[in-house]
Design a protein around this ligand. Sequence first.
Ligand code: SF4
Length: 64
Amino acid sequence: MDKLVVKKDKCIGCGICVNDNPAYFEFDDEGLSEVKKESVDVKDKEALLDTIEQCPTEAIVIEN
Ligand code: SF4
């Protein structure tokens, strides 16, 4: 199963992931991204990979 992970120590809270994939990411109380839905649906993987590329700090990964 593909598992979505945000490395919070790298996140700067730019909001790209939350705006592009609100089903998978949300902001925590400190304005940093956290994973809302951990298991990646096959139909959403391409969009998530695109978001991963756009993250300015490479804070998002998909683990197998
Ligand atoms: Fe944080 Fe990256 Fe999401 Fe921006 S795109 S909020 S830096 S995880």
